[in-house]
Design a protein around this ligand. Structure first.
Ligand SMILES: [Fe+2]
Length: 306
């Protein structure tokens, strides 16, 4: 590998190794660990150590246990192969390095196989507080510790099942416009359910006011984590499917509305209800609005049904 590539590091928005893989159309890649720069490791160290007191205060117990059993380093970017050695025996999940955005159906299909598409780049040092796209801190420090919990891991697998169900129950609709409309509504419902649980979920339990977080978008965000649990401005409701599937999911500011589950087996119970609602046709007309469903995401579902 030329030294110029090594010197560039694996920084989000500036990672020649990842950009070259993307140009070649490669989604699944390796983690070229030696390419992380000192600055990349320093970013991980800062992100990790400043989150530790907040995790202790606001994270659910299973997340804290996950951080321990995965033995995540605090001073350098973790090697995914090391993380997987600890993770796989627990729930069968593995972090799988990817070059960037994974189209909807393919993402959910990975979850069904207990593979979590994982970004290997890390945010630049001047953007530690907020990055709209995922990076390895969000994916590995935010998501992966939750994959050590059995009910949560099984919930992710069921999201993979939803994707197959959505493709299956729309496959025979003859009118292509109506088929795309129904599929878009199902995908919107799935995305919102994922967003308000896996990414931004709250749970009853330890923490101030008896609330803690299990959503990875909160567990990896220094500012929003505290705001989500402590701020009076946030509306927090017991999670009911009808609320979540119709709730607009905005990505560019702190979430004003969050949903609280009782436990991970409570969450897993809702998953069965979601599947039932899909098959009954209840989710063909969810409220319009964010998230937008992109052409490539829709195509990934349409292709899956062929
Ligand atoms: Fe995420």
């Amino acid at each position: 590998m030329p030294t110029t590539v090594s010197a560039a590091g694996l920084t989000t928005g500036h990672a020649p190794f990842v950009e070259a893989a993307r140009d070649r159309g490669e989604l699944y890649i390796s983690q070229p660990y030696e390419q992380y720069s000192d600055q990349n490791h320093a970013s991980w160290h800062k992100l990790f150590t400043r989150m530790q007191p907040r995790w202790e205060r606001y994270a659910n117990d299973h997340f804290l246990h996950g951080i321990d059993v995965l033995d995540l380093p605090n001073d350098r970017v973790p090697r995914l192969s090391d993380v997987n050695v600890h993770l796989q025996p627990l729930t069968g999940f593995q972090a799988k390095p990817v070059s960037g955005y994974v189209p909807g159906f393919i993402f959910f299909d990975c979850l069904k196989r207990r593979e979590f598409p994982t970004t290997i780049t890390i945010r630049p040092p001047d953007r530690l507080d907020y990055l709209p796209e995922p990076d390895i801190f969000h994916d590995v420090a935010g998501h992966v510790p939750m994959h050590t919990e059995r009910w949560f891991a099984d919930t992710l697998v069921r999201f993979g099942d939803f994707a197959y169900t959505a493709a299956e129950i729309t496959a025979d609709i003859a009118d292509p416009t109506e088929r795309a409309r129904r599929l878009t509504s199902l995908m919107r419902a799935m995305s919102r359910f994922f967003w308000f649980t896996v990414e931004f979920g709250l749970m009853r339990g330890r923490g101030p006011n008896g609330i803690c977080a299990y959503g990875s978008g909160l567990l990896s965000s220094y500012g929003e984590f505290e705001h989500a649990i402590e701020s009076d401005e946030v509306q927090r409701y017991p999670l009911q499917l009808e609320g979540v599937i119709n709730q607009v999911a905005e990505i560019d500011h702190y979430q004003p509305i969050l949903f609280v589950v009782d436990s991970f087996d409570h969450l897993f119970g809702l998953v069965d209800e979601f599947e039932r609602w899909m098959r009954q046709g209840k989710l063909f007309n969810v409220a319009p609005g964010l998230p937008d469903i992109s052409e490539s995401d829709l195509r990934s579902f349409l292709n899956a049904a062929r």
